[in-house]
Design a protein around this ligand. Structure first.
Ligand code: GRG
Length: 305
């Protein structure tokens, strides 16, 4: 199932065009990154990066850039590449036996099951500095000042790091077999999932040299869609067909606290819808008229994979 339209916004063609442009930029990025890696790391990188996915973080970054008045279409795609490289590394590590031990993602065998754990772990680790370097170079090519370029790269580093995504993953692993309270679950997912989604929006705004009020509104939107995204993920894990989802459900097997285990499916769905409403409100309060971002917020809870 695709989400064709949200209200009057034609979401599916919007996503198709954005994704196609982004795939080209990602392919170009790998042409420069792969030759710098030892040969045995190249296939896991290709598998981890070029095998689909919704490309949500890049789409959010480019859209935030456009609604903030940015006009350099090529430059912002390279900034968006850096986010997807971090996202791809995180999934490659997340699927390793020491983490979630997942055999399938996006309907395909995970990179370590095909190429081995060691090359996959190394290849994923190599993507972390590669992403930051790519973001820095993209920012400078766009003509952003040293201060803005450094803010942009720091935003990525903070979101990916110990207080952000890696910190959230640590809480997630520690929480296996534990009954977490709702506020603990929110904190975990603000870090694990929300931080990078929020960074995508802030980086788009920064690249367009948006004023603080716009950056604040983009971040407020990001925090809310970040949680909504995770609630939708938990609902999908509990209810979706594994074939459509492209991976086996894992939350129950890993004995994780989830929004579904805490709230039940119906209440979790309502919670996610409430966050989408708040996210759109945050944009409007910040003076941002952005039908595309509003449609993307709805897509996050309507998606089926
Ligand atoms: C090993 C040092 C060390 C740290 C691990 C692996 C890791 C750090 C963090 C992973 C956290 C993680 C997996 C976050 C992502 C959560 C998430 C919702 C992933 C799915 O994102 P989608 O649905 O994926 O956007 P697609 O497939 O569409 O790209």
């Amino acid at each position: 199932m695709t989400v064709e339209t949200v209200g009057t916004f034609a979401l599916e063609p919007f996503l198709q065009i954005r994704r196609a442009r982004f795939e080209e930029a990602l392919g170009r990025a790998l042409e420069t990154i792969l030759p710098q890696l030892a040969p045995r790391m190249r296939a896991p990188v290709l598998d981890g990066v070029m095998t689909g996915g919704k490309r949500l973080r890049p789409v959010l970054c480019v859209t935030a850039y456009e609604v903030s008045g940015g006009r350099d279409r090529e430059g912002i795609l390279d900034v968006a590449v850096s986010l997807e490289l971090i996202h791809a590394y995180s999934l490659m590590h997340d699927d390793l036996p020491a983490m979630d031990d997942a055999p399938l993602r996006r309907g395909r065998p995970t990179p370590h099951t095909v190429h081995g754990e060691e090359p996959t772990a190394l290849a994923a680790a190599a993507l972390i500095p590669a992403a930051h370097l790519y973001a820095w170079k993209a920012a400078r090519r766009m003509g952003l000042s040293g201060a803005t370029s450094s803010d942009l790269v720091s935003t990525l580093a903070r979101a990916a790091g110990g207080a952000g995504m890696v910190g959230g993953q640590a809480l997630d692993l520690l929480g296996e077999g534990q009954a977490l309270a709702l506020d603990e679950l929110d904190d975990l997912h603000h870090r694990k999932t929300g931080a990078l989604l929020t960074a995508a929006l802030r980086m788009g705004g920064l690249a367009a040299e948006a004023p603080a009020q716009v950056l604040g509104a983009l971040e407020a939107y990001g925090r809310r869609i970040g949680l909504a995204f995770q609630i939708a993920d938990d609902v999908l894990d509990a209810t979706a067909d594994a074939e459509v989802l492209g991976k086996a459900p894992s939350d129950q097997a890993l004995d994780k606290s989830t929004y579904v285990s805490l709230l039940g499916v119906a209440k979790a769905r309502r919670e996610a819808e409430g966050l989408v409403y708040e996210a759109c409100e945050a944009l409007r309060k910040g003076g941002i008229q952005a039908p595309a971002l509003e449609a993307l917020a709805h897509y996050i809870v309507l998606r089926d994979s």
